[in-house]
Design a protein around this ligand. Structure first.
Ligand code: FAD
Length: 473
């Protein structure tokens, strides 16, 4: 029986370990942290459980690969439907991101009456549906075996221009609308209208409509997958940091802080740059310099009294002005509140808030004093924003209020420079050029959010499904 090593116990590692174990393979999963989860992990403080990074689950329709994965393993995740998955505050507008497409178009017409939203969004919906509905198409892009039929042709053609070019084509130049789209896109594609691949942008823009609330948080979903993996005899070794991988006599020798072991096959789910540090390979080294993440995250975690937010809109996005949070950019803050009845995250009468934003070029070498000052200033600014948009919040009820920085993400996920989120889906990183799981040939595969099909819990699970279906019997 072949032995398979999986490096990293985030969503990609857990999904691939479970799929391989089901096929009867002998799987060892190495996770450097004390527990699994990575960017979808959690931490406990003062009676609360906080999602570290990821908070939203989408897409969760019947056709979604994540739904299929969970169903195939009989993993029941208690999710709550959201009729208004997100509320967006952009300039002076308060925009309800309805799940229902007709209501969503009407909402956009209410805010930007001069734009033909029906025309624009029907194109967006059409392309996004085609991509998600038939994941074989995505797999075909991954294997570069596009057959000549309408769908690949249509999808292919739309992957060669940006969202901005698409808007220009439809004579849309309204800056407030472009800013609104920019902030929607950055959270799911790590890119903005001017450089995002239009095809990928369509998935980013439909992402919110399918968001559901997972009881217990994203980390609970990953904990359930971990449980299933253990039931299927995956050997999950936490606190085990892989330090080196060497190929010798057809086997891979893995050195970790716990010792050495040999495997027939390795799957690394770490960012390319991390894997390149562990395994000397010229191709890997080259590609890890070409496809690099751009952003890290700033996060804020609060445990507090419930302030009775309507259940149908637990996720909020506030578009910021330059200087409102960070000195040099505007950007946006994403707020994820726990449901008032989600007592696995917070005690009765209490809720959690995880809020995050993108950050670039953070100085990881900052001395302790400057770092503490930086955090203090940001926490103060964050509180001003929080009170402005959620005036009913009782700040005096805060039992926990901390923040995470790229330094935190570096420590928590071991990612180089704390870079999270994945490789930006800009035009030059075209899906056909994007690093694929098999770029290193046979027996050493790559997965995770730096590898096609990219970022987010659903996508890295899809990546694992595609690889295992194609390469493992
Ligand atoms: C702030 C933030 C918000 C996000 N929001 C969402 C969201 O709402 N919805 C969504 O779907 N996605 C979201 N994402 C993205 C999503 O979390 C990630 O794309 C996904 O979880 C990545 O999973 P992964 O398995 O590829 O990588 P990771 O989660 O990074 O897992 C890799 C694992 O490898 C471990 N590791 C690293 N080095 C070593 C080593 N040398 N040896 C052993 N183990 C090692 C790490 O500890 C980690 O557990 C968000 C991300 C962030 C940072």
């Amino acid at each position: 029986m072949k032995r398979i090593a999986i490096i990293g116990g985030g969503a990609a590692g857990l999904a691939s370990a479970t799929l391989l174990a089901k096929k009867g393979h002998s799987v060892v999963l190495f996770e450097s942290h004390t527990h699994i989860g990575g960017c979808g992990g959690f931490f406990r403080r003062a009676k609360y459980i906080f999602d570290v990074g990821a908070t939203t689950l989408s897409p969760m329709s019947e056709l979604s690969p994540l739904t299929k994965f969970l169903n195939d393993f009989d993993i029941h995740v208690d999710t709550k439907n959201l009729e208004t998955p997100m509320t967006i505050y952009s300039g002076d507008k308060k925009i309800f991101r309805y799940k229902n497409r007709e209501k969503w178009i009407k909402e956009l017409e209410r805010h930007w009456p001069d734009i033909d939203h029906r025309l624009i969004w029907e194109k967006i919906f059409g392309l996004s549906d085609r991509l998600w509905k038939n994941t074989d198409l995505i797999e075909n892009i991954f294997t570069k075996s596009l057959s000549f039929s309408m769908d690949p042709l249509l999808l292919g053609l739309n992957s060669f221009w940006t969202m901005k070019k698409f808007l220009d084509f439809h004579n849309i130049y309204d800056e407030s609308y472009i800013k609104f789209l920019d902030e929607q896109l950055i959270i799911s594609t790590q890119a903005h209208c001017h450089d995002v691949n239009f095809l990928i942008a369509t998935i980013g823009l439909t992402y919110p409509e399918d968001m559901v609330y997972p009881m217990g948080g994203i980390s609970n979903v990953l904990n359930l997958i971990e449980k299933k993996a253990r039931e299927l005899s995956v050997d999950i070794q936490t606190r085990t940091k892989v330090e080196k991988i060497i190929k010798s006599k057809g086997l891979y020798r893995i050195t970790s802080n716990k010792g050495d072991d040999e495997f027939d096959i390795v799957i690394s789910t770490l960012p390319l740059v991390n894997t390149a540090k562990l395994y000397q390979d010229r191709k890997l080294s080259k590609i890890s310099k070409k496809f690099v993440g751009k952003y890290s995250a700033l996060t804020f975690y609060i445990g507090m009294d419930d302030f009775l937010l309507p259940e149908e809109s637990l996720y909020h996005q506030v578009h910021l002005k330059k200087g409102e949070l960070l000195d040099d950019i505007g950007g946006s803050l994403f707020f994820s509140f726990s449901r008032h009845d989600d007592n696995s995250k917070a005690p009765k009468g209490k809720i959690t808030l995880t809020s995050s934003t993108h950050i670039e070029n953070f100085n990881l070498e900052m001395n302790e004093e400057d770092y503490e000052k930086f955090k203090k200033k940001l926490k103060e600014k964050f509180l001003v924003i929080l009170k402005k948009y959620f005036p009913n919040i009782k700040t005096e009820s805060f039992e926990f209020f901390e923040m995470g920085t790229p330094r935190t993400f570096k420590r928590f996920t071991s990612r180089e420079e704390g870079l999270v989120g994945g490789i930006p889906h800009v035009l030059k990183n075209h899906p056909l050029l994007f690093p694929k799981p098999n770029i290193l040939g046979e027996n050493f595969y790559l997965l995770g959010d730096n590898i096609f099909p990219g970022q987010g819990v659903a996508s890295v699970v899809l990546g694992a499904q595609n690889l295992i279906k194609k390469k493992f019997r």
